[in-house]
Design a protein around this ligand. Sequence first.
Ligand SMILES: Cc1ncc(COP(=O)(O)O)c(C=O)c1O
Length: 446
Amino acid sequence: MLRRPAETLASIYKQSIFTFSGKKTAMSRELHARRLEGVDKNIWVEFTQLAAEYKVVNLGQGFPDFSPPSFVCKAFCNAISGGASMHQYTRAFGHPPLVKILAKFFTRIIGQEIDPMEDVLVSVGAYQALFCTFQALIDEGDEVIIVEPFFDCYQPMVTMAGGTPVYVPLKPKKSSGQDLSSADWILCPEELASKLTPCTKAIVINTPNNPLGKVFQRDELQMIADFCIKHDIICISDEVYEWLTYDGTQHIKIASLPGMWERTVTIGSAGKTFSATGWKVGWAMGPGNIIKHLKTVHQNSVYHCATAAQEAVAVGFQREYDTFGTDESYFKQLPAQLQAKRLRLAECLRNVGLEPIMPQGGYFMITDISSLNIDLNDPSTKDELYDFRFVKWLIKEKGLATIPVSGFYSPEHRGNFQNYIRFCFAKEDSTLKAAEDILQQWRIKK
Ligand SMILES: Cc1ncc(COP(=O)(O)O)c(C=O)c1O
């Protein structure tokens, strides 16, 4: 290989950051790739930073502030203090013990023989599984239908893949007069059909939904399945909160409906499953002829996920396989624990005159804040939507972090949903109590 003399390299470097007059300048060429245009803002980056600056009670970002169950923590410690292999690379597409137990576990749930080596890809959290899915399956010109409200990253990920997001909203039907519920938010079949074009390649659903907490029922999933089958559309089903349902609501996997395994990528998260979001272990599951394309993206991006974390998740799933359906199962214990927190937060919001929408599943509860009539006069936020302004005010003035719900809508529909904010109730009782104290005090001063 030809080597340039050191002086030449130094002078090239100098020329690239200095003009000939010796004055430092910025580069004149465009630095960013065009695919980054319009996707640079991120609600989590913005609000996590703000919450950290103000040292708030944090019901914002969706993570538990309590510890994961001791059996997975112990499994992680065992992995780390075990053999040398736990500190080295494992199989690129998933640590063998993990893909084997995931396949065994979900074969029983879905009723479809799942091949651990072909049909499962382990990723850096569900987030990377989503990224691999969009990069692998969406081309320039493809349209992807996204059900609103939606986990915000779907939109930039579709756009970065060259696709066009097309939105179809869940709309609240008239409730029966009692408490508001996420079950009242419905996907209209005619509205869904109206979004179909010859370019439609995929639809993204999220059940239980973040931020609304809607859990799609069998007839609703069947309607989506019929649409996918009739029009040869791929279904991307984000089910990271699959174990968290309340009041007898059942989570159903769309991949388990007849004709759907063949065309569905199901996304899961060990972070949400075992209350260990910082481990960042997730997966995509589906037929091998689809998953193989996700593997191509994975091998050309992160290639491999942390071995010890995968080992611990494998041990966790084996335990859950063995205890499934019993009172010992964490998948039964966690929703029971969160149910009490969900009721507590709802009660607290009602006590300050708000009407929470009771979620059927997930970590979150949303509520309309317009009845509070808070006059927001911070000039630094005057051009933002009301919920963004409200949440910033709540952080800065009251020390409570939540998330604005319009961030879960498309630019076209955001304005219609700027009166809602989202609370995460997967928090220690002491955190919920601190939030309650803030809300109570505010009621008195209102
Ligand atoms: C609906 C949804 N999908 C995916 C993710 C990402 O999960 P992970 O932390 O496993 O990457 C989240 C995280 O909040 C989520 O709410």
